[in-house]
Every structure is written in C-alpha cells, then in structure tokens.
Design a protein around this ligand. Structure first.
Ligand SMILES: [Zn+2]
Length: 94
C-alpha cells in the first residue's frame, strides 16, 4: 500500500511551488514567534480583513487569500445581524 499524498498540500497559484506557509493574524504568542523564526508562518498584522491573504509562497513571495475563508466571510456578512439589547434612548427631562 502506498501512502496517499496529502490532498491538502497547498500549491502556489503563481509558481506551483509547495513552499507555502500560512499567514498568522492577531497578536502573536511565543509559539507563533518560534514558528515564524522557523519560517513556518508569516505575520500578517493585527487585523485580518476580508481580502487579507492567508497564504504566502516563499518561492515567489506572493500571497493570496483562502477562497474558503472569503466564502465564509461573505456568508457572515449576508447574515442578518440581530441586535440584542438595543439601547433605549433616555429622555432627559430638564
Ligand atoms: Zn509562488
């Protein structure tokens, strides 16, 4: 039996390299710093935007967003936002 290749291997859309690492957002912890030092992840900044890149190719230095995340964030935006506990405007009576 041959070990099947990992289907989830990411390939760079620009150069077809598999030297692809994830981009981490938010405040990095010590583990993230260590991983970054090993070249396993890249820091993208504090905030992740809808079209922020998720993946970075070390071969050609391009980055691109994850199509699945874009889909999901689009879904979230389409969902109606229920505003629980809407604030009542207090009337200031003199
Ligand atoms: Zn590339």
């Amino acid at each position: 039996m041959n070990a099947s290749e990992d289907d989830e291997t990411l390939v760079c859309p620009g150069c077809n390299s598999t030297d692809v690492i994830g981009i981490s957002y938010g405040y990095p912890g010590p583990e993230a710093y260590a991983a970054s030092g090993r070249g396993e992840i890249k820091f993208g900044g504090c905030r992740i935007m809808k079209n922020s890149p998720d993946w970075y190719c070390k071969a050609c230095r391009c980055s691109w967003p994850d199509p699945e995340r874009i889909k999901q964030s689009a879904k979230v935006e389409q969902m109606p936002v229920s505003r629980a506990g809407s604030r009542k405007k207090e009337q200031d009576d003199g």
